[in-house]
Write a protein that binds this ligand. Structure first.
Ligand SMILES: NC(=O)c1ccc[n+]([C@@H]2O[C@H](COP(=O)([O-])OP(=O)(O)OC[C@H]3O[C@@H](n4cnc5c(N)ncnc54)[C@H](OP(=O)(O)O)[C@@H]3O)[C@@H](O)[C@H]2O)c1
Length: 236
């Protein structure tokens, strides 16, 4: 049997329960992972509150990213090998002692990182990389505007964009959040609750940039600004 967290009903932290279920069977193309740690993301909290159901075909057990050791293969899988330490994206079921993941959605735990820390990698790093670099084509020297800079997604976007040589401007909801963003490398931080958009949106809209974040289009320059490319993801 495997212990797993579940939501008894929708609501606050008090609805989280611990139950037992059979160890999941890895299907063709999947691996079974003995979970060491699971990442906690805003979508999990929204699922608990009843406003973000799991994708069709997924279980109600929360948890979208995990790290641990591969302990079994489904048909057709040889990599990652049994015993390998991996982190992985899962559609559900991460808050459990064992979880299945598609082999192609497993990444090796980086050498300079512990397996617990690696559980926080896949969701935000893959989301940011896909939106900002693959779709948004952010190039060195360009400006990235990140709304919600102190969020999980935003803080990842700041760090990746700085590594790739971009100039990073963030908006965030307090001076403390702005200060935090700067410790992550943000070049400029705008407290959107105190600095009204008209003071900075025209400056931004004259420059080539990618606009990214959970509040995209709310606080930023108008969507019709000619120089903008937009990298958006789902905001619940
Ligand atoms: N985490 C992931 O891996 C992931 C992946 C794909 C999509 N998403 C989506 O991306 C969005 C952000 O996720 P996240 O994990 O980055 O979230 P998070 O770390 O919880 O941050 C959410 C941010 O939204 C702002 N906010 C505005 N109104 C809010 C409210 N009523 N309650 C809470 N926060 C509020 C806050 O920033 P300010 O105070 O600065 O406004 C807060 O920092 C969510 O819609 C999520 O579904 C997340």
């Amino acid at each position: 049997m495997v212990r797993q967290a579940y939501f008894e009903e929708h609501g606050g932290l008090d609805v989280i329960g611990i139950g037992e279920a059979a160890v999941p069977e890895p299907q063709p193309g999947q691996v079974l992972i003995e979970v060491v740690a699971a990442g906690i993301n805003r979508p999990d909290c929204l699922q608990r509150q009843g406003v973000y159901p799991p994708p069709p075909g997924e279980s109600d057990i929360p948890g979208l990213e995990i790290a641990g050791r591969v302990v079994a293969h489904g048909a057709g899988v040889s990599m990652p090998r049994i015993g390998a330490e991996v982190c992985a994206l899962v559609g559900s079921g991460g808050y459990a002692e064992y979880a299945v993941a598609h082999a192609s959605l497993c990444l090796p735990v980086p050498e300079n990182m512990g397996v617990v820390e690696a559980a926080g990698l896949p969701e935000t790093y893959l989301t940011v990389f896909d939106n900002v670099f693959t779709r948004g084509r952010l190039a060195p020297g360009e400006i990235l505007l990140v709304h919600g800079g102190s969020s999980g997604i935003g803080s990842t976007a700041i760090q990746l964009a700085k590594q790739f040589g971009a100039l990073v401007i963030v908006t965030a909801g307090s001076s403390a959040k702005c200060a935090f963003c700067k410790t992550l490398g943000a070049d400029f931080a705008i407290d959107y609750k105190r600095q009204r958009p008209r003071l900075w949106r025209s400056w931004l809209s004259r420059r080539a940039l990618i606009c990214f974040g959970c509040r995209t289009g709310v606080h930023g320059p108008g969507r019709k600004a000619p120089s903008l490319r937009w990298a958006r993801y789902r905001w619940m």
